[in-house]
Design a protein around this ligand. Structure first.
Ligand code: OGA
Ligand code: MN
Length: 281
């Protein structure tokens, strides 16, 4: 199928080059250690246009990473993943065998919260010589590509999102009960609206969505499967090859991502700050 690229826009300060017709752009001519309001405003506009932005050669300390994140919005502390000592806002995804955090399932982040994140800024600290790319999917386009009959069927539906599949493993029963109390399952609309653009978004993901509100697991299984697989269509995706000091910054409301674990035994360490979002409607 043919996918038309979003119209390229000229900015005063930053340079933006689309990565695919569907999603993603590389931003250059910018130093994220040293930004001002105009640069941030341009980045925000490009972010809305392309949904995921990529930067290269940004030699940021953890403190500068946090500062850049704060320039984009308010940061959240992850409910479950351990943060670095000095900065509660930074979580680490390290490929060491002890790390239980696997991102090789299509997902958007933390959708089990009442107000899931607006977005994330992921920094490449240690990058393997090959493999370990991250794929991103445009979930507005994923919605557009559904059959009309399915769009009608899911209009007004809610899905159940839970922390448990991704983060419940390795917890004791007591810990699970506590987590469940603090982060009870959430009902979010299967089709949400982007709070800025108003666009419709398919908002259901394999990692956190258990099922559909008002249906048994058996009843909802075929529909759930059909919907979560929309992220797998190549035409809605882009794929990012990391380098050290690269950044990937995604709008968590209208995208999903998938980290490809094909880097063998090589170490891969990425660090994330996450922006507070609002309740999906
Ligand atoms: C994340 C995530 C993907 C990656 O940080 O939320 O899923 O490529 N990371 O490490
Ligand atoms: Mn993620």
């Amino acid at each position: 199928m043919r996918i038309d690229a979003v119209a390229a826009r000229d900015f005063n300060r930053i340079k933006v080059e689309p990565m695919t017709g569907a999603i993603g752009a590389e931003v250059s001519n910018v130093d994220l250690r040293d930004f001002d309001d105009e640069v941030i405003a341009e980045v925000q506009q490009a972010w809305l246009d392309h949904k995921v932005l990529f930067f290269r050669g940004q030699d940021l300390t953890q403190g500068q990473h946090v500062e850049y994140g704060r320039a984009l919005g308010e940061l959240e502390v992850h409910p479950f993943v351990q943060h670095v000592e000095k900065h509660p806002e930074i979580i680490v995804l390290d490929s060491s065998p002890q790390s239980f955090l696997s991102a090789d399932t299509w997902h958007s982040d933390v959708t089990f919260r009442e107000a899931p994140p607006l977005g994330s800024v992921l920094f490449g600290r240690v990058i393997p010589g090959w493999g370990g790319d991250t794929c991103f999917a445009n979930m507005e386009l994923a919605y557009d590509l559904l059959d009309d009959a399915v769009k009608e069927q899911i209009d007004g539906m809610y899905a159940i999102h839970s922390y448990a599949k991704a983060f419940g493993r390795g917890m004791s029963e007591q810990e699970q009960a506590e987590a469940q109390e603090e982060y009870p399952d959430q009902k979010h609309p299967v089709v949400r609206s982007h709070p800025v653009t108003g666009n419709k978004i398919l908002f259901i993901n394999r990692q956190f969505t258990l099922g559909i509100d008002g249906m048994t697991a058996d009843e909802s299984r075929p529909l759930r499967r059909l919907l979560v697989r929309q992220a797998e269509i190549p035409e809605v995706q882009c794929r990012f090859r990391w380098e050290e000091n690269s950044i990937a910054q995604w709008d968590n409301r209208c995208t999903q991502h998938y980290a490809v674990p094909d880097h063998g035994g090589q170490r891969r360490r990425v660090e994330r700050v996450t922006l507070l979002g609002d309740r999906p409607f």
